[in-house]
Design a binder for this molecule. Structure first.
Ligand code: PLP
Length: 284
């Protein structure tokens, strides 16, 4: 069984419990982060913690743990659970307000939970062979830049993808793809430009997205941040999604239409390989 960290205690997962009056449970009044672990080391940790601060600030949610304390917790959790590859999930809620009340009383103690998920990240078929995606309407709220735990729309989109025999969903709003259900989306245009939607309130500011854009810059790859349509994605040379736990997954079909020749393209494969090499170098 895993060891979980909850409000200052290390507990076996069966014993880690949260109050029914916890605001994370009742209102999704909570934020989270997911940091990948590869070779037993944290990937892009500073970026994830910087975003955690921004999410906290946007919700006036005080986080009593500073960056160094959070790093120490992550590292101890990796050690206790002997995690070599996978992710650390962190969730911070506004805490237990003793009853169901929309307005949170002053002085509640936040709830902080961290646990590990052991899973392969590098050698996965989705990364090597690619995934099939559907498009579906983006029915989420207006502050997707805050990494908050209200993920019902993402669950519904992924369920619909499975119902249609696909692996994941790309979300569409006002005729443009916003992002994936739990990822950012990139396309490679027929004239070899890397395109991804610009940052705003309408997408999560993916840490992996940011790192990939920096890497593209270093590699001298032409890239543009602008919205693109599902039609442009279907007609692109290559499409891929990015997230902490997928890194880069080629999208080989959208709504049953093959992208390019229906196999992961050279550009996506190269970026994925360079990203994995870069993060292993960085951590060495
Ligand atoms: N967009 C959404 C909606 C997500 O849920 C995620 C992460 O799971 C991402 C983008 C990718 O963000 P990151 O690269 O920081 O994991």
């Amino acid at each position: 069984s895993r060891t979980v960290w909850i409000n200052g205690s290390w507990l076996p997962e069966q014993e880690a419990k949260v109050s029914v009056f916890d605001r994370g449970f009742l209102f999704a009044d909570a934020i989270y982060e997911v940091t990948a672990v590869i070779d037993g080391k944290l990937v892009d940790f500073d970026g994830h913690m910087a975003r955690l601060r921004r999410s906290c600030a946007s919700l006036s949610l005080a986080c009593p743990w500073d960056g160094e304390a959070l790093r120490a917790l992550h590292q101890e959790l990796i050690q206790r659970n002997q995690l070599d590859e996978g992710a650390i999930y962190l969730q911070l809620t506004r805490g237990d307000s003793g009853d169901r009340t929309f307005l949170c009383p002053e002085g509640t103690e936040p709830t902080l939970v961290l646990f590990t998920q052991a899973r392969e990240i590098v050698n996965v078929p989705q990364g090597i062979q690619g995934i099939r995606a559907i498009t579906c309407p983006d029915i989420r709220w207006g502050r997707r830049d805050i990494k908050s735990v209200g993920l019902l729309a993402a669950c519904m989109a992924k369920q619909e993808a499975r119902r249609q025999g696909a692996d994941d969903a790309l979300l569409v709003e006002q005729g443009f793809i916003t992002e994936g259900a739990s990822s950012n989306v990139f396309i490679v245009t027929p004239d070899n430009r890397l395109v991804t939607r610009p940052l705003g309130n309408d997408i999560l500011h993916g840490i992996t997205r940011g790192t990939l854009l920096k890497l593209a810059q270093e590699l001298g790859i032409e890239h543009v941040e602008r919205p693109f349509t599902p039609t442009e994605a279907r007609e692109a040379s290559e499409v891929f999604i990015s997230s902490a736990t997928s890194l880069v997954w080629p999208v080989v079909a959208i709504d049953g239409v093959a992208i390019g020749d229906g196999a992961p393209g050279p550009f996506t494969r190269r970026l994925r390989e360079r990203y994995i090499a870069a993060l292993r170098e960085q951590m060495a």
